[in-house]
Design a protein around this ligand. Structure first.
Ligand SMILES: CC(C)(COP(=O)(O)OP(=O)(O)OC[C@H]1O[C@@H](n2cnc3c(N)ncnc32)[C@H](O)[C@@H]1OP(=O)(O)O)[C@@H](O)C(=O)NCCC(=O)NCCS
Length: 420
């Protein structure tokens, strides 16, 4: 196709940012930043916007954030569904690191310099209303030989009324500034829009696909998430997705984790990451205990204990999808998603394998009223997808790094990082 038929997209922001990839080099930080030279003041905003810190410790602010995301965060293109991250979920995620960065943008009508165009743009927004958000939670990542603390950047969201005004770059630049000030110079994030681009503006570590295992197939079909074959009865459809039986002897060794298990699990998880992935995620004991504590409807963690030793660990987190289509909402307000989070099995033993353990995890999801189990085809998930009767979804997500070139090419099974 000629350039005329397929015009090159114009990108103003990303070409100015430290995002690059040289597959022949090893992993490296792109820009060398001096903490002392980072601007002390927030980056300039248009006169109708001001930054605010959304402190998860302030209940009203976290509640406001939860509602804002429920109304404005990722949804389907037809406006029939949207993620609904819960208050408890956001609290869990942000509180896992006390040096998290949680940046909001609020509207202000008070500036004398507002243009007529700007007044019109914000006319329907209340004074002080939250209209933008981004968060960062520092984590330790390792890219082959390079180990560093990087921000896990998530929840980038601009209010519907202010889209395509170049507000996302404000949030990205401000979180970058705040992060550099803390001495954290790299980041990892995911994006859906670059997964569709042929020549992405931001180099991709990889593009991953969503996979789903129906746990509540009839509800999922009623919500138009899944399709029941016409000729199949609801009963047969349920039966088709009945979870495989797990031997009672195995089931007996599988239980919710407790704080007392932390040291053992962490050591298992760390060796699993080291043995299996080129891009790894590491936790110290303090962070591990904060992130992997059981919180109903947020995160559930399980261990497989055999002869007094923990040889398996797995976890899932819960996010609801709100049903916005009035016809569906009459019957179902949301679909509950259970996402595979981190897992590990001890090497060199034959007692439990990943497939058996994750099947038990799915049974636990079902008990927790999860409607669909979801994962990306990263980590060791590709080994599991077919065996666990998971179907490929429409969704694609790219993994990216900021101010860090990850170096040599990656395969899906090399990536051990899970973002929420
Ligand atoms: C994604 C979203 C934040 C974009 O906000 P916006 O202010 O309307 O952004 P704009 O369309 O004006 O784009 C401005 C720049 O931000 C970039 N951008 C857009 N979405 C981005 C994303 N998810 N991650 C990183 N950069 C993004 C654009 O590419 C553009 O840069 P470019 O000129 O170099 O191409 C907004 O559409 C939104 O809140 N959507 C719902 C939530 C969501 O999808 N969040 C992202 C989760 S992955």
């Amino acid at each position: 196709m000629s350039d005329k038929q397929n015009p090159v997209e114009e990108h103003k922001f990303w070409p100015t940012q430290p995002v690059a990839h040289d597959s022949k080099s090893g992993p490296r930080q792109i820009l060398d930043i001096k903490k002392e030279e980072v601007a002390k003041k927030a980056i300039p905003t248009p006169v109708y916007l001001k930054f605010d810190t959304i402190d998860y410790n302030v209940q009203e602010k976290l509640q406001e954030l939860t509602e804002y995301l429920a109304n404005n965060y990722v949804g389907d293109s037809k406006g029939k569904s949207r993620f609904g991250y819960s208050y408890e979920f956001m609290h869990w995620w942000l509180s896992s690191q006390s040096n998290n960065i949680s940046v909001g943008l609020r509207v202000t009508h008070t500036s004398p310099d507002l243009s007529e165009e700007q007044k019109l743009l914000i006319a329907d927004l209340k004074e002080g209303e939250l209209v933008g958000y981004i968060s960062g939670v520092p984590m330790t990542y390792q890219y082959n030989s390079l180990k560093s603390v990087g921000q896990s950047v998530d929840f980038l969201c601009v209010h519907h009324a202010l889209r395509t005004q170049n507000i996302a770059p404000l949030l990205i630049q401000e979180i970058t500034r705040r992060s550099y000030k803390q001495g954290i110079f790299t980041a990892v994030f995911t994006a859906a829009f670059t997964a569709k681009q042929e020549n992405p503006t931001i180099p991709r570590m990889l593009v991953s696909q969503y996979y789903h295992r129906l746990l509540n197939p009839v509800k999922l079909a009623q919500c138009k998430f899944a399709q029941k074959p016409h000729q199949m009865s609801e009963r047969d459809f349920e039966f088709h997705y009945k979870l495989p039986y797990v031997q009672t002897t195995k089931q007996k060794n599988f239980r919710l984790s407790t704080k007392a298990d932390s040291e053992q699990i962490l050591s298992l998880l760390t060796s699993y990451q080291e043995q299996n992935y080129k891009v790894q995620q590491h936790f110290d004991i303090k962070l591990f205990q904060k992130m992997f504590r059981n919180i109903e409807n947020v995160i559930q963690c399980f261990v497989y204990e055999f002869q007094g030793k923990i040889i398996g660990f797995c976890s899932f987190y819960v996010v609801d999808t709100q049903m916005l289509d009035p016809e569906i909402n009459k019957y179902h307000k949301f679909i509950r998603n259970g996402y595979f989070y981190h897992y590990a099995v001890a090497q060199g033993q034959t007692e439990i394998d990943l497939q058996q353990m994750m099947t038990m995890l799915m049974h636990e999801m079902k008990k927790a009223k999860v409607d669909v189990c979801t994962c990306l085809d990263i980590c060791k998930n590709r080994e599991l997808i077919e065996k666990l009767q998971m179907d490929g979804g429409d969704g694609r997500l790219s993994y990216h790094t900021f101010n860090l070139d990850w170096g040599t090419e990656l395969k899906h099974e090399d990536l051990g990082i899970v973002l929420v």
